[in-house]
Structures are given as structure tokens and as C-alpha cells.
Design a protein around this ligand. Sequence first.
Ligand SMILES: Nc1ncnc2c1ncn2[C@@H]1O[C@H](COP(=O)(O)OP(=O)(O)OP(=O)(O)O)[C@@H](O)[C@H]1O
Ligand SMILES: [Mg+2]
Length: 511
Amino acid sequence: MVVSIPDLGTSTFRTTRSADDICASLTAKLGWKHRYVAARLSVGRSLSLPDQPPELNDEDSENMAIPLRGMQLFGEDSHSATWLALITQHSGDAEMTKKGLQGLVTRHWHRGAFLLKQDWDDGGQQMHGFVAHLSELAGFAGDGDRHEDTPPIAAAATFPGEVRLPVGEIARDLKSNEHVTFSVNGAGGSPHMAIIGGVGSGKTRTALHMLRTLRQNCELPLLAFDFKGDLTDSFSRSFGATSITPPEMAIPLDVLHVPSSDDTSIKTAAARIRDSIASVKARKPSGVQSEALREAVASVLRQSSPDAPASLPDVASALESEYDDRGRKPDELTATFNELTQFFLFKPKLSPAEFFARSWIIQLPQDGSMEMRRMIINLTLDALDRWINSQPDAPTDEQGTRNLRHLTMLDEAHVILSTRLPALANLLRMSRSKGGSLMLISQSPDDFENTEDGYLDNMGMTLAFNTQAKPGPTRRIFGGTVSLATLQIGEALCRIRSEARTQKVICWNNT
Ligand SMILES: Nc1ncnc2c1ncn2[C@@H]1O[C@H](COP(=O)(O)OP(=O)(O)OP(=O)(O)O)[C@@H](O)[C@H]1O
Ligand SMILES: [Mg+2]
């Protein structure tokens, strides 16, 4: 007889003891109060795979766990109806019997529990990693509060295929000698990388080697900022990047572009651009300054159009009139802003979509002020954030490998990390589902410490050469009692998040 919805509630269902042990362990770790939570998650997880769960082996089928009543496992009314629909639809068997259903549930529950165990490990054995991993598998963007009336934006190109990068020129595990690679876009992982190390420890050269390998695999557009003049050669020669030298040469980017012109988007963008501008100065602006700057940016954004895009000097004059309206005298904020906008740091020649589709190396002025350097980086990253996070999610293939869309390399990242740039935090958290990847290079894990968002938790790979660092952050990233100060030249600790382990790697040697 074909199974019915009431049958579901009155039947009992079981799984194998090995699966039940996994569920019990997850239940304890995650603090769930009922046995059915892990059981439901297991069945659901198994249903996420297109093929049928395999038959149990002899050992498993002889070791079954205590059963659970259908009413508990699947809930009542519409809940049990939904489960029945999901399971029968997945099986393709419209005539399923009660016995057939029980057998199928056992196998789903068993397979799902083992998948969850793997997911738990892939998520770094932590609640947030686990949940993020599951939501990614389920295809939840997590950042999709885009308004329905926003017109669709033409999706920028993405690049398919897994990209695996060697961790350094040698890239050998010190103990096992195995080749150590990082999958930038593998299933469930994060595409962001952090490379840490003291002066001259080999960060830049290692990063360039990884990017060179990346470009052998795909023509991903790259963006980098060159502080010291040691990147431009490689970027222009090996990666075909166009070199720009502000302020002599303006960056041809419509840096104040907002993907949609509804009021909410304008207000959100204005607040963000205000923060980016305000954070170029060491001293935080006052409430009044901050408010006036936000209003100035918003009024300029409202007047901007594709034919007459807004520019920074427009913001400077709008700020002056906001000050006038408030009866406020010019102060250090208007002075800094006027000083910076004397230079044409940006020229709105290309839309963000056009700009970020190509590779660029932006050489930061060595003799310019720190404020100018920060202004260039902050506003560019801000435009990148608005553009990439307005893109549709990058497609994934059957293995869960996500197409890539863009990579930004930020050498000497401490300059920006210390300004707590909101765009950077947003890029780290949100851009992964869009195919965005960030490579941040800095001298010490401590540089990342002052950032409230736990930047290093968002890294798919953290690689650290010899450097002075406090034990706290180091231990939190790499676990155990490791010290970065005792690493030899060319050696680094490597943490690949999806593998949840720390390896000591020989990245390079100077013989
Ligand atoms: N793979 C390598 N093989 C041989 N020598 C290397 C390698 N990587 C780095 N070096 C040596 O170390 C020096 C410093 O490398 P690199 O500029 O990459 O370090 P860095 O950590 O970026 O330094 P900084 O903190 O000054 O930016 C190089 O000039 C080179 O002599
Ligand atoms: Mg360097």
C-alpha cells in the first residue's frame, strides 16, 4: 500500500549506530535540545545530493540505533507532508510503500550524518564555519537583500574551473614532504588569502608566484596597489596589467558610481563613501562634520548621471555649501578634502564594470601624503565592493567549485587595516559568493587584531613567515603552541581552513 501522511507520524524510523553517534556528538557540540534536530539535518543534507543513498553494508545494517517516532522526526501536519513530498520526489517513486520509505529514511539519515561530519570539519569545527558552509551548499547568498524593483545588472564574466595554487615556490610540507596547495575556489572554502611575515621574509615574492600560477589557469582580472614599486614590473609584464601613477595620472574609474539610483541605495552608498573619505584622516570627524560630509556625498550622487558622472571636486564644493547651510566655518576636514581634490586622483572614464573587467596596478605616490594613499585605496575598494556585491552569485559546478570573477591584492595591508575600512570588511564577508577574492599581505597577525570583524576567520588560507607577534592571535589562527618568531628563512606556517589543519611548509630557500 502506498504510504500516506498519517503513516509517517505513527511509524518509527531508525539509522545506524555509527550515524547516530555522529548526530549525538553534533547535538552535544551545538547544544541542540532534541535528538530530531541532527536527524532532520542529516536527512535534509542527504537529500541535497541528486543520487540515491547507497545500501548499507552488513556491519552497519546489523548495528542499528534506537528508533525515533515519525511524529518527532518529521513533525506534524504540513511538516510531515513536506518531508514526505521531499523524500518521495527525490526517489522518483510515486508508489512508495511504508516499508520502502523506512528503508530510504535509514539510508538518507546514515549518509547525511557522515556528510555533516565532513561539513563540520570543513567549517573549521566551529558553529559559525559549519553554518556558513551549510548555507553556502544550500545556495543561500546570505547577502541578498537586493530590492525587487532594482533593474537587473549585466553580470560580469566569471571564470570556471578549480584554481589550485602552490604555497610558495617550493611548497613542501616540512614533515611529510607532500606538495602543499590551496584551492582558491573549491567547494565550501573561502577564496581569500592572508600572507604574513616580517620585513624581507618573502611575502611579496610568494604572493607573486601564487598569482603567476593563477594566471596560468585563468585570465582573472587583477587589481593591486604598489606601495614600494616592487610589483609594477610583474603585474604589467606577467599579468598584462595597466600601470597607473596617481596623481600625475588619474585612475580612469567612475569611483562614485552607484549601481542603482533609488533613494535607499544612494543613502547607503553615501554613508559608505563618507566613511571611506573620513577614515583617510587619523582623527575621526565629529558628528557634525560626519553628517555634513554624508549629505554632501548624497547630494552629489543624486545629481550624477551616466552622462555626467560625479567627481570628488563636486563633493568638495557640496561639502562647502553644507558647511555654509549649517553656518559652520571651514575646518581641517574641508582643508584636507580641498587639498586632496586639487589633484585629479580619479577621472570617471570607465564604469566600475568596465574598470574591474581589466587588470590594473596602481602605483601609490611615494612622496604623496598617507592621506592621499588612503584616499586612493579606500575609494577604489569602496567602488569594488559596490560593484562586485551587486553582481549575481558566481555559478558553481557539480563539484561545488565556484567560478571566479576578480582578485584584489593588497600588499602592505596594515596601512588599510588600521583604518578599519568598512569596504574591506564587506568584501571579505560578502564577495566570496560573487567570485571575488582578496589577497592581503601584512607584517604580523597583530595587524589584523584591531579589526572588529575577525578578518583572519574569513581567510581560506593564512600563511605566516617569521615575524614578531603576540601569542594570542597566532594561537587563535594556527592553534597549539606555535611561535612565528622561531620559523627559519623560507619556512611558514600554513592554515588552510577547509582542511582545518596547520602545516609547516618550506615555501622557498635561498640556496
Ligand atoms: N622564493 C624565493 N627564492 C629566493 N629568494 C627569495 C624568495 N623569496 C624571497 N626571497 C629573498 O627575500 C627577499 C625579500 O623578499 P620579498 O620582497 O618577497 O619579501 P617581503 O616579505 O615582501 O619583504 P618586505 O617586508 O620588505 O615587503 C628577496 O629580495 C629575496 O632575496
Ligand atoms: Mg613586500
